[in-house]
Design a protein around this ligand. Structure first.
Ligand SMILES: Nc1ncnc2c1ncn2[C@@H]1O[C@H](COP(=O)(O)OP(=O)(O)OP(=O)(O)O)[C@@H](O)[C@H]1O
Length: 668
């Protein structure tokens, strides 16, 4: 919807601003439910949807999902590096076998030591078994090292593959998807959490597998010693497992809250350290408010840390207490078995070793299972976002856009942004011919920028059609079309690169340059004087964030952006209010360059401007209002027409003249 109301304002045909009603603000902002900040609400923000998932899940849910997660991570790893993945699996199995054999050898050592006869003889008899134990322990250590090496090979590859694919997909998603708030949330979440946890999850799955195999080995050994020992293991590990589950859950719940606080602290730390915010913070003396909130938050984090630590200690004690009862019952039962003669003393001692190993493996298993369960949600999320991005990619087609377009036609084009009722473009038709410069003017929200985006192929038309040399662009490859278009926007991206890279990036390179073209582009844009004044000139780094970097003024950045657009040397050059922040001589120079000194004679140039004096020399002016082209023609034709353009032009010109004569009157 236009920001302007219908009808003339004070006798003018130029519509006046619409009077919108705004309620007065409250005396104080609503506070969080507990502590007067926004932390409570932040807990459920888009980036924290899976936080605490493991704490909410039942044991059954965790157990059901774990094999699927392991398989999925296994597939990722297999795709990234087959040899390293196979090595991880093989060495992991070998290491578990070494543990089990080591346990069996330890039982054999005990058997020799508990045998009849003089002590020296018993020790001597145990030596071969002791050497075996040493061998198995050493073997296990070597295999664990091999697992770590193979894991170190495969994990970065998974990360590189996932991250490369993620950014490749997101960078090529269609513009309208990028403007969708949900998509924005999803990709930020995937980037922030998904990629982060994807790096960790391989190690966690390996650790999980190692705990499972360790537990399986213990079960095997106990089964060999005496099958009746298996229920005993259950008796001793169940309480330990339950305590571990409780403790892991409590930690997750607390972490969730801690995390929300941390994120808010990060916002404040960033504001306090940020260069862009520095000037405003100091001029507004807003530091006190930010420092107060920062201090309050970090105090709450330290309180949360203490609470978490105490709670963990209590839970640990409770877990050990319950586990201790279980272990006591187990040892009592073991003693009974020994007395009853079911088991030799040496096997009983071996069983104690095995039960202890089983308890350790189970505790680790519960803890890692929780981590894997929760982190896998983030990885799943990342993979789902990637899948969604695949469906939102720009169009690829055999047909390429012409390298030297002769005519671009819009035929009755309409376009409505998602979520809007009124069209941003409504039945727009025009023909642009190679070598001409046209201007789009009109009221705010009239549809000028949208029309430029449609011309650039950034939005597909929804009604009507746009043709390049008579061919509907919807049949052309999107990327090939974009290569033939250069866009210079009002708020250009300030790339933290060298000055030269800031110019050449429009051709898809940060390192390769055509020196002559670059020189011509910066001259035409008036950026040559900007660069000449920088230490390092073309190589000057344009960002104060890096050592030796330079900062430019808004107008200087605009000149660099215009140079970037000109350097691309595209068939179609779109300038969307590029000179708004430039001084009058610079603005004049840019328009001169665009209108008369262009680098490419057959270029079609579209100029969007609110300063109507700058469009006077354009071949044709299109006047936009509420998505429609309401007038078009040369400046003279439009002035003769006496419509909206003439009214706006006279209003602007009159403003200058009136002030000038008023000032002259005062002076005389
Ligand atoms: N990305 C967007 N998503 C949704 N609506 C949009 C978007 N961009 C523009 N609009 C809406 O489309 C209409 C046309 O906007 P457009 O930016 O094309 O106007 P404009 O003539 O360039 O305005 P201005 O002179 O203020 O730059 C407006 O109502 C605006 O609110």
């Amino acid at each position: 919807m236009s920001e302007y109301a219908d009808g003339p304002a004070s006798g003018s045909t130029v519509p006046g601003p619409r009077a919108a009603s705004l309620a007065p603000p409250p005396r104080a902002l609503p506070v969080g439910s507990q502590d007067g900040d926004m932390t409570e609400e932040m807990e459920e923000a888009y980036w924290s949807v899976h936080d605490g998932a493991a704490a909410r899940a039942t044991v059954r849910q965790v157990l059901v999902r774990l094999p699927r997660i392991t398989a999925r991570i296994g597939r990722l790893a297999w795709r990234a590096d087959r040899r390293a993945t196979a090595a991880v699996v093989a060495c992991q199995l070998g290491s578990a076998a070494m543990s089990a054999f080591g346990l069996i050898a330890s039982v054999a050592v005990l058997r020799e030591l508990f045998a009849q006869g003089p002590t020296p003889d018993r020790v001597r008899a145990a030596v071969p078994q002791i050497l075996l134990v040493v061998g198995f322990v050493a073997g296990r250590a070597l295999l664990e090292a091999a697992v770590a090496v193979a894991q170190a090979r495969v994990t970065p590859k998974i990360r590189t593959a996932l991250e490369t694919e993620f950014f490749h997909l997101t960078a090529h998603v269609r513009l309208e998807a990028v403007e969708d708030a949900d998509w924005h949330d999803e990709v930020y979440r995937a980037n922030d959490r998904g990629l982060f946890y994807a790096r960790q999850i391989v190690g966690q799955v390996v650790s999980l597998a190692s705990s499972v195999l360790g537990l399986a080995g213990t079960v095997g050994v106990l089964g060999v010693l005496h099958p009746a020992l298996l229920p005993l293991l259950l008796l001793s590990v169940l309480p330990v497992g339950m305590a571990a589950v409780r403790s892991a859950r409590a930690r997750f719940h607390s972490f969730k809250r801690w995390n929300a606080l941390q994120r808010r602290v990060r916002v404040f730390s960033w504001l306090l350290l940020d260069q862009d915010a520095a000037t405003e913070l100091r001029s507004d003396t807003a530091q006190a408010a930010l420092l107060d909130e920062h201090r309050r938050l970090i105090t709450r984090i330290s309180e949360e840390d203490t609470r978490l630590g105490v709670q963990a200690a209590v839970l640990n004690l409770a877990g050990r207490g319950v586990g201790g009862i279980g272990t006591g019952v187990t040892y009592f039962a073991l003693g009974a078995m020994l007395i009853a003669g079911w088991l030799p003393l040496a096997a009983g001692a071996g069983a104690v070793l095995a039960i202890q190993a089983g308890q350790t493996a189970l505790t680790r298993l519960v803890e890692t299972a929780h981590l894997v369960y929760e982190h896998a949600m983030w990885v799943d999320d990342l993979l789902a976002v990637q899948q969604r991005c695949r469906g939102l990619q720009q169009r690829t087609a055999e047909l390429r856009a012409p390298e030297q377009v002769k005519t671009i036609t819009l035929e009755d084009v309409s376009f409505t942004y998602a979520g809007k009722d009124t069209p941003a473009l409504d039945g727009v038709s025009m023909t642009l011919t190679a070598g001409e410069t046209v201007a789009f003017v009109g009221l705010n929200g009239g549809g000028k920028s949208t029309c430029a985006k449609v011309l650039a192929g950034l939005h597909d038309v929804q009604g009507g059609r746009m043709c390049w040399d008579g061919v509907d662009v919807r049949t052309m490859d999107s990327q090939s079309l974009r290569r033939q278009v250069a866009c210079v926007l009002q708020d250009p991206v300030r790339f933290p690169f060298s000055a030269l890279s800031n110019v050449t990036v429009s051709t898809g390179s940060l390192t390769e340059a055509d020196p002559e073209r670059a020189m011509a582009a910066v001259r035409a844009a008036g950026a040559d004087q900007v660069l000449a004044g920088l230490p390092g000139q073309w190589e000057a780094l344009l960002s104060k964030r890096f050592r030796g970097g330079q900062e430019l003024s808004g107008g200087q950045w605009a000149k660099v952006a215009v140079a970037r657009g000109l350097y691309k040397n595209a068939s179609l050059l779109l300038l969307d209010e590029p000179t708004a922040s430039m001084d009058p001589p610079s603005e004049h120079a840019v328009y001169e360059a665009v209108l008369r000194g262009r680098l490419r004679e057959d270029q079609i140039t579209v100029l969007i401007s609110h300063r109507l004096a700058s469009v006077v020399d354009c071949d044709r002016v299109y006047v936009f209002d509420r998505g429609r082209v309401v007038e078009s023609g040369s400046h003279t034709e439009l002035m003769d027409l006496g419509g909206l353009y003439a009214e706006m032009f006279t209003l602007q010109a009159g403003g200058y003249q009136a002030r000038d004569s008023a000032e002259r009157g005062t002076a005389s």
